[in-house]
Design a protein around this ligand. Sequence first.
Ligand code: ADP
Ligand code: MG
Length: 345
Amino acid sequence: MTIQQLPDTLINQIAAGEVVERPASVVKELVENALDAGARRVDIDLEEGGIRLIRIRDDGDGIAPDELPLAVSRHATSKIASLDDLEAVSTLGFRGEALPSIASVSRFVLSSRREVDAHGASLQVDGGNVGAVAPKSHPRGTTVEVRDLFYNVPARRKFLRAERTELGHVEEWLRSLALARPDVELRVSHNGRPSRRYKGDRQLEFSDTSAGERLGETLGEEFAKHALRIDHTGAGLRLHGWIAQPVYSRASADQQYLYVNGRSIRDRSVAHAVKQAYADVLFHGRQPAYVLFLEVDPTRVDVNVHPAKHEVRFRDARLVHDFVYRTLQGALAQTRAGAGVAVST
Ligand code: ADP
Ligand code: MG
C-alpha cells in the first residue's frame, strides 16, 4: 500500500478513541469547557444515560460566530498560544481536541452567543461533516448537543453499557467535579426529569463553609461528620481538603478524590503516600476516604501526559509524596492524641 495522508474526519475519529470512551468522557470534556469559559451555572441534560443525548448549556463567555468552525477544528484552541503558555497552563483544556473528536463520532450542534454580540449562531456537525454557521438566538453562553454517540462507529458503540451503567459513570464524574467547584451550580436531568442539583455558592472565592456543605451533598453526611479539615503549606506546595477519620473507612477505594491544581487526576505515588499515612490507623483491607487538593506551581507539574488528562507528572515526585505523607500523618496523629478517636470498629 502507498503512503497517504488521512482525511481530517478519520484523524478526528482516531483521536476520539483516546478522549471519548463513553458518555461520561463527553460530559467531562464539555463541562470542563464550560468551566474554562467562566460559567457560573451549567445545565446537563441526558437521555438514555447520555447515549441518545447529552446537552450541556453554560452561561460562560460564549464563542464568536465566525470562530465556531475553528472550535470544531483540530488543534484549534483559545487557551494556549506558545510552549511557555503550555508550561504554565491553568485552564482544564489546552489541546484543542475535544470538540472535533466528539463531533466526529456523533450528531453534534454547537450554539453560542457572546455578551457583545447581538445575535447568537450555531454550527452543526454530522459524524465529522461540518455544516455552515447559521444564525440562532441564544442567551449569553454556549450549548453543545451531542446525539447518538458512536452512531457511525459501530465498533465503539458496541462497548457502551446499559443506560444505568453509563448514567452511573456520568454521575460519578459530576460528583468529582462538584467537589472541586462548589462555586458553580450544576443541574442534571435524565430522560426529562431533574435528577441532581448542586447549588452553587455565588461568592467568587468559595468559602470553607460552602465547600464543606458540598462534601455532605456529594459524599454523604457520614463522611462530612467524620471529616478532618486539612490545610497545610510547605516546600512550595499546598495540600487542603478533607480526610475521613479512621472510624469512617471504606471497603473499597470509592471515595478517594485527588485534584492537582483543580484537575481531577489519579496518581499512584500520592495514593501510596495517603495509604502510608493511614497504615497504622486502618485495619488491613480497609480504604481511607479523602478529598484532597494539591496546589503546585504549574511549572513544576506536567499536565500534558495523557490525552484525557487523567494523570500528571511531577517534576519532583518524591517531594510531593513526602509532603502528602507527612501532612496527613501529622493530622491523623493529632486526632488520636487529641480527641481520642476510637480506631477499632
Ligand atoms: P480546548 O478546550 O483544549 O481548547 P476544545 O476542543 O475542547 O479544546 O474546544 C476548542 C475551543 O472552543 C476552546 O479553546 C474554546 O475557545 C472554545 N469553546 C469550547 N467550548 C466552549 C464553551 N463552552 N464556551 C466557550 N468557548 C468554548
Ligand atoms: Mg476542552
